[in-house]
Design a protein around this ligand. Structure first.
Ligand SMILES: Nc1ncnc2c1ncn2[C@@H]1O[C@H](COP(=O)(O)OP(=O)(O)OP(=O)(O)O)[C@@H](O)[C@H]1O
Length: 383
């Protein structure tokens, strides 16, 4: 397993200066005589040029975290550093970061060129430079030839790209994006996700992206911080977070996951074994920091696409449990099976339809489920 290395300490002289760093950041709002702890202690380090996402459900504190980076809110405790310097007390317009919102906030009476040129002109950039820089930016966001259109004459995706060009043309050192694709329909959203990643790679600017959409975060990000209730539950690459969810919350929030559990029969060689008598056996690697002992209950997760279905009892060291098929859903590229297992847990299995053969089981069939023990992931004692 490849876990993200811990960031070097702030006083380590050898470390590269990160684009953004938060240490012990907290934010408590006071509204109507009530204290709301929106962010309860966030530490994170975002590298220069990274595409970093803050992902979590509504109300988990991601927008508040973003607003503290931008300078629209001051932390109640902790410190925000931009490019190595503390920005406590530095107003938003002097932080060298730009923000893009879901509502594009374009000027409706200005054409595309003037919308993008607005910030440059206000800063007194010369005419020839404005023309060159706006032209270059429109090329990057693929809007060359649409300079004279007004926002109302553009599609939602095009308007979002104008907003992006306008935010990037000043060459900020970081761009903060708060659910910028939220207003687009699914097809356009997916196309824009790929576009955004390409644009970010092309301009090389650090992007911090706020979203509640896990697919979006997985598609675009170099790393993701999964937030829940004002705290970061897990921070890692999309693959680390998907393949090795650290907590029950992350396992449930990112993708679909199956939770299975039982009493640990034995612990040996870095793995724990849960036995269900003649009905099955699950082996699960025990990672560092997780206390697992024989006789105690343990919960584990396994992703639906990692599980195979068969009629014969799987041989060897594969994890195996028995179950009964309760639902079969054909989805074109894959077929989903819902299975009630003898462990008591309901499990979902996704099988790719690589051939056009019939479904391998139908509702009511008794089956064996099997998977490689490396795909069992222990998450702790059941709650
Ligand atoms: N100005 C404010 N005054 C009081 N409470 C606030 C304020 N802004 C946010 N909150 C509260 O702080 C918590 C975190 O809000 P925040 O907007 O950061 O969450 P979020 O994860 O971005 O959610 P969403 O995806 O819905 O925007 C919520 O409980 C919210 O109600």
């Amino acid at each position: 397993m490849t876990e993200t290395q811990p960031a070097p300490a702030r006083d380590d002289p050898g470390r590269a200066v990160p684009a953004i760093e938060l240490t012990g950041v907290e934010k408590t709002y006071h509204a109507y005589g009530e204290a709301v702890a929106a962010v309860r202690g966030v530490d994170l380090t975002i590298a220069q040029g990274e595409f970093f996402s803050l992902l979590g459900p509504s109300g988990c504190g991601k927008t508040t975290t973003m607003r503290m980076i931008a300078g629209f809110e001051e932390p109640t405790a902790g410190e925000v550093y931009l490019h190595g310097s503390s920005v406590t007390g530095v107003p938003a317009n002097r932080r060298d970061v730009n923000m893009v919102f879901q509502s594009y906030a374009l000027f409706p009476h200005m054409n595309v060129f003037d919308n993008v040129a607005f910030g440059l002109r206000r800063r007194g950039v010369g005419k020839a430079d404005v023309k060159a820089r706006v032209g270059e930016m429109l090329e990057i966001v693929d809007l060359t030839g649409r300079e004279r259109r007004r926002p109302a004459e553009l599609s939602g995706g095009q308007q979002q790209r104008v907003a992006l060009a306008r935010a990037l043309v000043n060459r900020p050192r970081a761009l903060l994006l708060d659910e910028p694709l939220g207003a687009l329909d699914l097809k356009l959203r997916q196309a824009m996700q790929v576009e955004l990643k390409r644009i970010q790679r092309e301009v090389g600017i650090t992007f911090v992206y706020v979203t509640h959409d896990q697919g979006e975060a997985l598609t675009m990000s170099d790393r993701i911080a999964v937030m829940n209730d004002g705290l970061i539950e897990q921070l890692g690459t999309p693959r680390e977070i998907y393949e090795h969810p650290a907590t029950r919350f992350v396992a449930g929030f990112i993708g679909t996951s199956n939770l299975l559990g039982g009493e640990v029969a034995e612990v040996s060689g870095g793995g724990a074994v849960i036995s269900y008598g003649a009905d099955g056996r699950i082996e699960v690697p025990v990672r560092d920091g997780l206390a697992v002992a024989a006789g105690e209950r343990l919960e584990l997760t396994v992703r639906p696409e990692k599980i195979g279905i068969g009629t014969d009892k799987p041989a060897g060291d594969l994890c195996r449990v028995r179950g009964t098929v309760t639902e079969v859903v054909y989805l074109g590229t894959s077929t989903n099976y819902n299975i009630t297992t003898s462990t008591g847990a309901d499990v979902v299995v996704f099988l790719q339809n690589a051939t056009n053969a019939d479904d391998i089981a139908v509702r009511g069939d008794g089956v064996w489920l099997s998977w490689d023990p490396r795909h069992s992931y222990a998450i702790g004692a059941p709650q």
